[in-house]
Design a protein around this ligand. Structure first.
Ligand code: MG
Length: 260
C-alpha cells in the first residue's frame, strides 16, 4: 500500500474509534426513553369544540341541572331555549353544583347582534374560575363586547379582570359565537391562610392565545388591589352583570377535572 493511502486509512480508523468513545460516554438511545406510566386514552370529540370522553358536561343545550342560583342555591333562573342558555339579569349569577380545583374548561358565548351601550356596559358578563363567595367573589375572566368597543384594556374581553390585559384582541362581531378554552390551576394555601402558590391561568379566545400561564395576584376586584383569601375546591360561576344592554348567551360548556 502506498504510504499516502496507509496514512488515510489510519486516520479514518482513529476517527471511528473516537466517535464510538463519544457515543459510549453519552449512553444508548434507550437510556432516555420512558415507557410507563402510559397516558390513559381519551377519545376526542368529533371537533375540537365537542366534549372529549372524560369531560364533565356542564351545559349541552338541554337544561340547567348542573347549575344553581348563587343567591339562594335554588334552581338557576336563566333561560334555556333552542339549545342556548341566556342570562337572566333579574335572577343574578349562577354557579355549578360541583366544585373543582384544577381543570380545563371549554365555553362558548355570544353577544347579541342588537347589543347596545359602550365600554363596560356592552354585553358584560364573565366567568369566575373559582367562586369564593356570593356576588362577584372569585377570579373573573371578562366576557363583554370588545369588538371595536374601547374600554380599560385590563377589563376588556379575555382580560383577567384588572390584572392581566389579553395578549391580543381576538373578538368576533356581535351575533357570532366566541369560544374560550381555559386551563385553571387553583391557588394553594398554608394552614395559617397565607398563599403558598398562586393561581395560574392559560386561556385561548377563538383559538388564539390570550393569557399565557399568568400568575394571579389574588381575587379579581372592581375596586382596590387584588388579594387572596384561603379557599378550597370551588364552583365555576357565570356573571349576570347589571348593565342595561341585552343579555348575552352561552352554549357547549364542559370541563375536564385535572385534580385527580
Ligand atoms: Mg364582567
Amino acid at each position: 500500500m502506498p504510504l499516502a493511502r496507509t496514512t488515510l486509512a489510519l486516520a479514518f480508523t482513529s476517527l471511528g474509534a473516537s466517535a464510538l468513545m463519544a457515543q459510549q460516554t453519552k449512553g444508548k438511545p434507550e437510556d432516555t426513553e420512558v415507557w410507563s406510566p402510559v397516558p390513559r386514552v381519551v377519545t376526542p370529540g368529533r371537533t375540537n369544540d365537542a366534549p372529549p370522553s372524560d369531560a364533565i358536561v356542564l351545559f349541552n343545550g338541554g337544561n340547567l341541572d348542573q347549575w344553581v342560583s348563587v343567591k339562594d342555591h335554588g334552581p338557576a333562573g336563566w333561560t334555556v331555549s333552542d339549545g342556548v342558555l341566556t342570562v337572566n339579569k333579574a335572577t343574578g349569577n349562577i354557579e355549578t353544583k360541583r366544585s373543582f380545583t384544577d381543570y380545563q374548561l371549554h365555553l362558548e358565548w355570544r353577544v347579541p347582534e342588537n347589543v347596545t351601550g359602550t365600554g363596560q356596559a356592552r354585553g358584560n358578563s364573565g366567568i369566575f374560575l373559582a367562586s369564593t363567595g356570593g356576588g362577584d367573589a372569585g377570579y373573573e375572566i371578562q366576557i363583554m363586547d370588545s369588538y371595536q368597543n374601547p374600554t380599560y384594556v385590563n377589563g376588556q374581553a379575555a382580560a383577567i379582570y384588572k390584572q392581566y390585559t389579553p395578549l391580543v384582541n381576538a373578538m368576533r362581531k356581535p351575533g357570532e359565537w366566541q369560544t374560550y378554552d381555559v386551563v385553571w390551576t387553583a391557588p394553594t394555601f398554608r394552614d395559617d391562610g397565607s398563599i403558598a402558590t398562586p393561581a395560574y391561568v392559560t386561556a385561548f379566545h377563538n383559538g388564539v392565545l390570550v393569557q399565557n400561564h399568568v400568575a394571579l395576584k389574588g381575587e379579581t376586584l372592581y375596586i382596590g388591589a387584588p388579594s387572596y383569601k384561603k379557599h378550597g375546591a370551588a364552583a365555576i360561576k357565570l356573571q349576570a352583570h347589571g348593565d342595561p344592554s341585552p343579555p348575552i348567551s352561552f352554549r357547549n360548556i364542559w370541563v375536564r377535572d385535572l385534580s385527580q
